[in-house]
Design a protein. Structure first.
Lengths: 316, 360
């Protein structure tokens, strides 16, 4: 990819991110509930605040300005790395995110690993012998994995692995052992989707003429499958794995609540219930940015995986 | 005469389908020696590709229901997959139609040739991580040597600037360059037998001539035996020493190319030649063979060509057709030969065919 196309891509990404920020900020305005009133009620211990106090709070926090002004102020701060203050604690939103982010990243990476480690061998085993018992078992497993809701699987794992077998802690995020069950919960659903895709992609690729050529060289079947076929089957798989990242972040919301892990998910849920808008905006924006950047990285990966794929518009 | 490199005898390959058993190869016998190019000629559905597949068993060839395939004394019809794999890495190489599809699009061409070199070297000790190129497990010096050998092979195929080309990907090659690269892959293991299934069908005429010239020089310089499968009489005429004409999975006529093509004795060979553009005068309509290829379901009684043959008699449709020898090495399976023809010929019948057919 040359510089021109890279800059074009980056420009597009900028536009998308602008739209994401606008929507993130704007959504708060169309949701019901008045943050000033909510916060003051909270601060006064459940007592209804006076109209004057509400007005005063609005002016103090810039909540009475027109939307574009509020947005511009917020965006200016964001670009300087300041996501604002939480309405409830005196912490900066960026600090709150920074505190919770490592836990969510650990969960995301671990569940991705779980998904990939389960899905790729299972998908390949299915594709190598379509119609075999292994294939049926893997497909049944995938169906179960897709059909099971996260929260249900999470509680099931807690009951079986923590309460009955006492293998892993129930909740929290103190050490790596706390990661196992949440990662399994989140990873198994993704594994199912990825395994199905690997199976389809591999079945498609294994019929190609270059696989016959690889075999005709006297190459062991294992190497034919894991080198020649897998590498070609990876392009669609990488796309889905990239898209699944949004699933991880969405899933993290549920899984973190189930396992009571302090992470972005729990932060977001708490902030939504409390109408702590700066926090909601900060976390949503971060998730949006992660998603856009991931897609960009996936695009870059394509041309590394398959040399025939040039980025759009590039002369061949 | 010494033992042939490859001896196929009375081969029967069948497919079980819903409509019945397809007798794709129905008692074919032939040999290939070192240093000769044997052409297998036939229309689509004549069983020529299934014959090739039965030898190397790369794709599901169907069920080999009878006969023997002997390669340097090894019986291939009953050989283990591991034996076949070893042979593919060392002795038997294959080149297929359509070079756009036969090279892996995601690996550089040089890497794919180097791989064949490494397979030839390591044989049964191929390690997955070594071939995947995972750093601590890759034998770097061996791969560097193999890559050098790949550049050498590309050079021998007259690929310009082989060093830089070896790092290019297949899609950066033209069709002709690709097929030469495919040949380089096939030769990396220094095979004694090369099976080429329609290697030039997807190429333009100039490139085709170039690839055929390369096959001839392989025969002359490396003493490779080549089995060349094609539907193109022109390719046979330009390239082969001997030709086997297949129809309905049976050998109709076989012999030295110049004799079979200049003095065809079988009505099927004659009709193929009549359809060839090269044998048509300018202004004359190109002939096309009448009728459709015989339906190979449940095999054939008598001669498979009888339904399309204007010389056919009741006897042709009934009994087995004996193989006769027209002149030395020129074999023929036809009851009606000698045919009324422009050329005078006096074939002599010989004893029963290898598959137990009886002489009339």
């Amino acid at each position: 990819m040359n510089g021109w196309h890279l800059s074009k891509r980056l420009l597009t990404m900028g536009v998308v991110l602008f739209a994401v920020s606008l929507l993130t900020y704007g959504l708060i305005f169309v949701t019901p509930g008045d943050p000033a009133r909510t916060i003051l009620t909270q601060q006064m211990g459940g007592q209804s605040p006076s109209q004057a106090a509400v007005e005063q709070f609005r002016v103090a926090n810039g909540l009475d300005d027109p939307f574009p002004v509020q947005y511009a102020r917020w965006m200016g701060d964001v670009l300087r790395g300041d996501l604002g203050q939480s309405y409830y604690s005196d912490q900066a939103v960026s600090a709150m995110i920074a505190q919770r982010l490592p836990n969510t990243i650990a969960l995301a990476v671990a569940s991705m690993l779980v998904a990939i480690v389960i899905a790729i061998p299972a998908g390949i085993a299915s594709a190598v012998e379509p119609g075999s018992r292994t294939d049926y078992a893997a497909q049944l497993g995938a169906l179960v994995g897709i059909s099971m809701p996260n929260f249900w699987l999470g509680y099931l794992l807690i009951i079986v692995c923590s309460l009955w077998l006492d293998l892993f802690p129930v909740a929290g995020a103190e050490g790596p052992e706390y990661l196992v069950l949440p990662a399994l919960t989140l990873g198994s659903g993704m594994a199912a989707v990825i395994a199905r895709l690997v199976r389809t992609a591999m079945l498609d690729v294994l019929d190609d003429a270059y696989i016959r050529t690889a075999r005709s060289k006297g190459l062991r079947e294992r190497i034919v499958v894991y080198k020649h076929a897998l590498r070609n089957a990876l392009v669609p798989v990488v796309t889905i794995v990239g898209l699944q990242l949004s699933y991880v972040l969405n899933g993290a919301v549920v899984v973190e609540v189930v396992f009571q892990r302090p992470g972005l998910g729990t932060l977001l849920v708490d902030a939504i219930f409390a109408r702590d808008y700066p926090v909601v905006q900060g976390v949503t924006l971060l998730i949006g940015v992660v998603f856009v950047v991931t897609n960009f990285v996936v695009d870059l990966t394509y041309s590394r995986l398959d040399p025939r794929i040039e980025l759009e518009g590039e002369p061949t | 005469m010494s033992k042939p490199l490859l001896r196929v005898e009375d081969l029967h390959t069948r497919f079980d389908t819903d409509r019945g058993t397809v007798h794709a190869v129905d008692g074919t016998s032939f040999t290939v020696d070192r240093g000769e190019i044997v052409g297998v000629l036939g229309e689509s559905g004549s069983g020529k590709s299934v014959t090739a597949r039965s030898i190397c068993r790369l794709e599901d060839p169907g069920r080999i229901a009878g006969g023997t395939i002997e390669f340097e004394g090894i019986e291939l019809t009953t050989a283990e997959e591991s034996t076949l794999r070893r042979l593919r890495g060392n002795e038997i190489s294959m080149v297929f139609q359509d070079p756009t599809e036969t090279l892996n699009p995601v690996f550089p061409v040089g890497e794919q040739i180097a791989e064949a070199v490494r397979i030839h070297e390591t044989n049964d000790r191929q390690r997955l991580l070594d071939f995947l190129g995972v750093p601590p497990f890759r034998d770097r010096s061996a791969w560097a040597d193999a890559r050098e050998r790949a550049v050498e092979l590309l050079g021998q195929m007259d690929i310009p600037s082989p060093k830089s080309r070896s790092t290019a990907f297949p899609h950066e090659f033209s069709g002709g360059l690709r097929q030469r690269a495919v040949l380089a892959v096939a030769l990396a293991s220094e095979p004694s037998l090369l099976i080429a299934d329609e290697p030039t069908t997807a190429l333009d005429t100039t490139t085709q001539a170039d690839i055929l010239r390369r096959l001839r020089s392989l025969r002359d310089e490396r003493d490779v035996g080549i089995l060349l499968i094609t539907h193109d009489i022109g390719v046979i005429a330009q390239t082969c020493d001997r030709v086997i004409v297949l129809y309905g999975g049976q050998v109709m006529e076989a012999g030295p190319v110049e004799r079979v093509l200049t003095d065809p004795a079988h009505p099927y060979t004659r009709s193929l030649l009549a359809c060839s553009v090269r044998n048509t005068d300018s202004g004359e309509r190109i002939h096309s063979a009448q009728g459709r290829p015989a339906d190979p379901v449940d095999g054939h009684e008598g001669c498979p060509f009888a339904d399309r043959c204007r010389h056919a008699t009741a006897a042709c449709r009934e009994g087995p057709i004996p193989t006769t020898e027209r002149s030395s090495e020129h074999r023929l399976s036809c009851l009606e030969a000698p045919l009324p023809a422009t050329r005078e010929s006096s074939p002599q019948r010989v004893s029963p065919t290898p598959d137990g057919g009886t002489t009339e």
